[in-house]
Design a protein around this ligand. Sequence first.
Ligand code: SME
Length: 167
Amino acid sequence: MAEDLLISKGTKEEQYESLVPQIKVLLEGEPDLIANLANIAGALKEQFNWLWVGFYLVKPSFAKASEGEDDELVLGPFQGPVACTRIRKGRGVCGASWARAETLIVPDVEKFPGHIACSSLSRSEIVIPIIRNNKVLGVLDVDSIDLNHFDILDQKYLEQVVDLINF
Ligand code: SME
């Protein structure tokens, strides 16, 4: 397919309904994980223009295993301002989503204990874990400059997007 994305206007639901099938087509036949994650981040940024959208992947810890966890989240493909590169399990919204293996919607990041402020402009956030065979392999993280920006509609469709990833 041509790599142009059809940007939809309309309600949030209409925008996702138009975008998710396009993301599915973008990923079809491409086995490379980084390429696919990069295109997902690009497509979501282009459609919704959020402050930050991207992936953290569970990888072996940089520090010696004896100093703590064996694994940590490492920054993957994203769109938006530069971000922190490594997040320990349980830390911040991303680390909490990983530890709990569940989607977290944070209406006001200042009220989330331990929130990691990669950008001072971020006011609300949603994090979706990527789970395969009961293991969290990474997370999709989205930040907005608006308070209370994400809801269960975002959760529903972003979980669909994450399900499309061929890990
Ligand atoms: N705010 C996240 C850190 C990642 S950045 O937002 C890109 C957190 O608390 O886990």
